[in-house]
Design a protein around this ligand. Sequence first.
Ligand code: HXC
Length: 260
Amino acid sequence: MEYANLLLEKNGAVAVLTINRPKALNALNSDTVTELSTALDELGRDSSVKAVILTGSGEKAFIAGADISQMKDFNCMQARRFAQLGHSVFRKIELMPQPVIAAINGFALGGGCELAMACDIRIAAENAKFGQPEVTLGLTAGFGGTQRLPRLVGAGLASELLFTGDIIDVNEAYRIGLVNKIYPLDTLMEEAMKLAKKISSRAPVAVQLTKSAIQRGVNMDIDSAQAYEAEIFGLTFSTQDQIEGCSAFLEKRKPAFEGK
Ligand code: HXC
C-alpha cells in the first residue's frame, strides 16, 4: 500500500517503517497517525515480517512531536480525540506480534518520544535528543508519556522531565535507561538492521510469545504474570521450532526454524 506520510520497505524478514515529513521534522499530524495505524495493521498481518524498525526521515529528527500547527486550533473534544487516536495506535505497536525497534535519528520530542517509548527496543544516534516539552506549550503529554515514561525510568526522573520540559541528550537518555545503545548516525540503520535480523533468526513463535509475556505481563500483578508466562512456556511445546531448537542444540548444529 502507498502512504502519503510514511515509507514502508522490506528487507527480507525485516520491515522498515519511516515517518516521512522531514520538512516538519516528521511531526505527527492526525493523517500521519492514521496512516501509521493502517501500516501497523498491514505489518501485523504479514507473517513474512519477523521484526520492524521504526525511524524518521532525514538526519535531524526522529519525530519532533505532535504537529503543533494542527493542534493549535483544537477544541477540548478534538484534543481528547487526538490523544485517544495516538493511544490506540501506539498500543498497536505493543500488541502486534513482531518486535518493533525504534531507530532514533535525532529529535524525539513530545509525541516522538512517546512513540519511541511504545516500541519494544530503542537504539539511538549520537545526535538524538529526548524530551516531553508539552508544558512549555501549555499542554500535557498526551500520547502516553505520563504513563510510559515513569514505567521506563521511574516516577522521579519522569516527573522532572515532564514538569520541566527539559531536553536531554543521548548520553543522559542512555544513563536513565531510555535507550539501549548509542551509535554514530551513519551506522544507526545498519545496527538496527543487524539487531532486527538477529531477532528474525530466532524461533519466531517464541519471540512473539516472549513479546506478549513482556507487554501483557508488565501490567499484571506478579502472580497473574507468572501464570501467563507458564501458559506461554507451555504453548512453545506445541511448536515444531521447540523440537528443532532443542534437537539442534543436542546434535551440536544450527537450528532451522520454520516459525511453526
Ligand atoms: C509542527 C514542527 C514541529 C512540531 C518542528 N516543526 N517541530 N511543526 N509541529 N512539533 C517544524 C518547524 O515549525 C519548522 O517549520 C521545521 O519543522 C523545522 O523546525 P525548526 O524549529 O526551524 O528547527 P530547529 O530550529 O532546528 O529546532 C528544532 C526543534 C524545534 C528544537 C525540534 O523545531 C522544536 O522545538 N519543535 C517543537 C518540539 C515540541 O515542542 N514538540 C512537542 C509537541 S507537543 P518551518 O515551516 O518554519 O520550516 C506533542 C504532544 C503529543 O508532541 C501529544 C498529543 C496528544
